[in-house]
Design a protein around this ligand. Structure first.
Ligand code: GLU
Length: 391
């Protein structure tokens, strides 16, 4: 595999997720670190100017809120941590808003819980919202919804949350900004022989094991190197390359510019694109719970890359919910595609053959226009025989 410099990787990327830990966001006084945020905002503005879409995953709510509420130092009780997050989240957003307003980039807060990334129905909702924000030119600032997510239902670290977000929006690069400039063979603060690893092409057991030693000590945040490696693993399965770099500002220059200009970092390189990963996932691992039969006009639309609309559906079989995988067949029963349904079988049946504009009148709620969005659809190779082609 060719080893590309960071600049080339960024040039080729369309969507980038940038994750910052509490140690980057909050200074020693317990307030938002304005110079770091300003430098990162300038980095983000430069990426946006090049036509990239950026999502930020930002920690720091608990650390900012702890200070604002005057909570004791040391380990907080769960309810104190949740209260701190509630107080800190508004301060965190204000800090980002201030930093990004210098570049006229509107921000939008998205608080997610683990269910939003793990339950496919909720995942569809969260993805639709993030995509809408991105398309509207906003910069979503994501954090875990710490105020409601209790221990057993929370990520607890934003590294893995960021990887799920990268997966959700089909990002090409996940940037994990940290207090270390990448992966080392051992903890560089303790072991003089530790060497820096610039590129990881295979996330082997040996590499995963390094998470236990190098940078195992967490600063203000919760994730050490182990959760970063786990995040890289999740991102790689989605065709997203991951880079770990030092999240600091130097003379006003942000960490992403530093990295693009050759600064030390570790790349975990994906050898497939997010698009290929998505197709592999859709065509491979999902067990279809139902079958939708469509007319020839809809087949033609799918083959030309369009979403599956209700109007083209002639039959619905099986039992499925929104978020379940279904198979799409032509009138000759040949499989045309597989995809994730945006509707249950009951609702799909009720609205079948109707126009998207009728959805609300028929179902009583304003559903998504397509039964299967084209992003959730993969065509199955064999071309069906079309009896009639409508133009
Ligand atoms: N969600 C937490 C916060 O905003 C941080 C989690 C982490 O440290 O990764 O404070």
């Amino acid at each position: 595999m060719t080893i590309l410099p960071a600049a080339q990787r960024f040039r080729a990327a369309r969507r980038v997720v940038i994750k910052l830990g509490s140690a980057q966001i909050v200074d020693k006084e317990g307030v938002a670190n304005a110079p770091v945020l300003a430098a990162i905002a300038a980095d983000i503005a430069a990426l946006v100017k090049e036509g990239k879409q950026v999502v930020i995953v930002s920690s720091g709510a608990v650390a900012l809120g702890r200070n604002a509420l005057g909570l004791p130092s040391g380990v907080l009780k769960l309810e104190e941590k949740q209260a701190a997050a509630a107080a800190g989240q508004t301060r965190l957003m204000r800090a980002w808003e201030d930093a990004l307003s210098a570049h006229s980039a509107p921000v939008a807060q998205a608080l997610l819980t683990i269910d939003d990334t793990e339950i496919r129905r909720r995942w569809l909702n969260a993805r639709a919202t993030l995509n809408t924000l991105i398309d509207a030119g906003a910069i979503p600032i994501v954090n875990e919804n710490d105020t409601v997510a209790t221990e057993e239902i929370r990520y607890g670290d934003n590294d893995r949350l960021a990887a799920r977000v990268a997966q959700m929006i089909g990002a090409d690069i996940l940037v994990l900004l940290s207090d270390i400039d990448g992966l080392y063979s051992a903890d560089p603060r303790k072991d003089m022989s530790a060497h820096h690893i610039p590129v990881v092409e295979d996330l082997s057991a040996d590499i995963m094991a390094m998470g236990g030693s190098a940078n195992a000590v967490a600063g203000m945040g919760s994730g050490g190197m182990a959760t970063k490696l786990e995040a890289a693993r999740i991102a790689l399965t989605a065709g997203c390359s991951t880079v770990i770099a030092m999240g600091r500002e130097e003379n006003g220059t942000g960490p992403i510019s530093t990295m693009i200009n050759g600064g030390l970092c570790t790349w975990f390189v994906s050898n497939i694109s997010p698009e290929t990963a998505r197709r592999q996932w859709l065509s491979g691992n999902l067990n279809p719970s139902g079958v939708i039969t469509i007319d020839d006009g809809a087949v033609k639309a799918l083959l030309s890359g369009k979403s599956l609309l209700h109007a083209g559906v002639t039959q619905v079989t099986g039992r499925f919910e929104r978020g379940d995988a279904i198979e799409i067949r032509a009138s000759d029963d040949k499989i045309v595609a597989r995809g994730i349904s945006a509707y249950s079988n009951d609702d799909a049946q009720r609205i079948m053959g109707r126009q998207s504009a009728d959805i609300e009148a028929v179902l009583g709620y304003k559903g998504r226009p397509a039964l299967i969005h084209r992003d959730d659809l993969v065509l199955i190779a064999a071309q069906p025989t079309l009896t009639t082609i409508e133009d």
